[in-house]
Design a protein around this ligand. Structure first.
Ligand SMILES: [Fe+2]
Length: 246
C-alpha cells in the first residue's frame, strides 16, 4: 500500500555555470561584408600554423577587430549584451567598468579544430558566429565543466564501460563531460573566461567556419578625486595605471 505521505528525493542543481546565448539579427549584407573581411584578414594562411588547427587572428597579428570600422556594429552588440549578462548575474553596473581587451577572427577549414584552452588574461569571453546552420557540422564550441562534481568516482563521466549511462537525460544533466554549442549565423554566446573550451572539427567540406572572439575584462570604474578608492578585489581602471620604463 502506498504511503499517504511518500518520501520523495529531489535533486537541486547547485552552482550553475552561466552560458548566455543571444540570437542577433544582422543585416545579411553586413554579414557578407564581415565574412569577406575575415577571409581577407586571414589571406593565404591555412592553419595556426599547423594545418589541423584553425587559423586564429590573435596568434597572427589580427587582435583588434573591435577597432575596425566594419566591426563597429558587432562591437556595439557585444557591449550591450555583455552588460546584460553582468546585470543578469547580479553585478551592479555603476561599480564596474567593462573593457574589450582584444578581439580576433577564427577560421576553421574542413578538418580543423581549436584545442582545449581558456583565457586567463580575461574575465568574460564572447563569441559571435558569422555563419553556421545550427547543425554543428562545421564544428561546435565545446565547453567543459570546471569539475565533474557529481561523477562521484573521478573519471567515470568520460570513461568507457563505466556504470554511468551517458545517453540518459539524467547523466546529461548531472554528469555531462562537456556541452556543445552549434554555431548559427548571428548567434552570440558569453561565458566566464575561466571556462575551458575547444572547437570540434569542421566536418562540412562546403563551409569554412567563421567566428569572432572577444576577451573582456572587468575593472573598477575610473575613480575621481572625491571617489572612494577602488575595492581591493578589482583592478583599478587601466587609465589610472602607470606603465614603468623598460
Ligand atoms: Fe578561446
Amino acid at each position: 500500500m502506498a504511503s499517504p505521505n511518500p518520501v520523495q528525493l529531489r535533486l537541486e542543481p547547485l552552482f550553475p555555470l552561466a552560458l548566455a546565448r543571444v540570437q542577433l539579427r544582422p543585416d545579411p549584407w553586413d554579414s557578407a561584408v564581415l565574412m569577406q573581411e575575415v577571409l581577407s584578414l586571414r589571406g593565404d594562411a591555412e592553419g595556426n600554423p599547423e594545418p589541423g588547427c584553425a587559423w586564429t587572428g590573435d596568434l597572427n597579428g589580427v587582435w583588434q577587430l573591435h577597432r575596425l570600422e566594419p566591426f563597429q556594429w558587432l562591437r556595439h552588440q557585444v557591449e550591450q549584451q555583455a552588460w546584460l549578462y553582468l546585470e543578469a548575474l547580479g553585478f551592479e553596473a555603476a561599480r564596474i567598468a567593462l573593457h574589450i581587451q582584444r578581439s580576433w577572427p577564427v577560421v576553421s577549414d574542413v578538418g580543423q579544430v581549436v584545442g582545449r584552452h581558456h583565457h586567463p588574461n580575461a574575465h568574460l569571453s564572447a563569441i559571435y558566429y558569422l555563419n553556421g546552420d545550427g547543425s554543428g557540422r562545421s564544428g561546435c564550441l565545446r565547453l567543459f565543466p570546471r569539475q565533474q562534481a557529481n561523477e562521484l568516482v573521478p573519471g567515470l563521466a568520460v570513461g568507457h564501460g563505466g556504470p554511468l549511462r551517458p545517453d540518459t537525460p539524467a547523466a546529461q544533466l548531472w554528469n555531462a563531460p562537456w556541452l556543445d554549442v552549434a554555431p548559427q549565423a548571428g548567434l552570440l554566446v558569453l561565458f566566464p573566461a575561466s571556462t575551458d573550451h575547444a572547437v570540434t572539427a569542421n566536418e562540412d567540406a562546403d563551409e569554412v567556419r567563421l567566428s569572432v572572439a572577444f576577451d573582456l575584462a572587468l575593472t573598477a570604474p575610473l575613480a575621481g578625486a572625491d571617489d572612494p578608492a577602488p575595492p581591493e578585489y578589482l583592478a583599478p581602471h587601466p587609465a589610472q595605471w602607470t606603465t614603468l620604463d623598460a
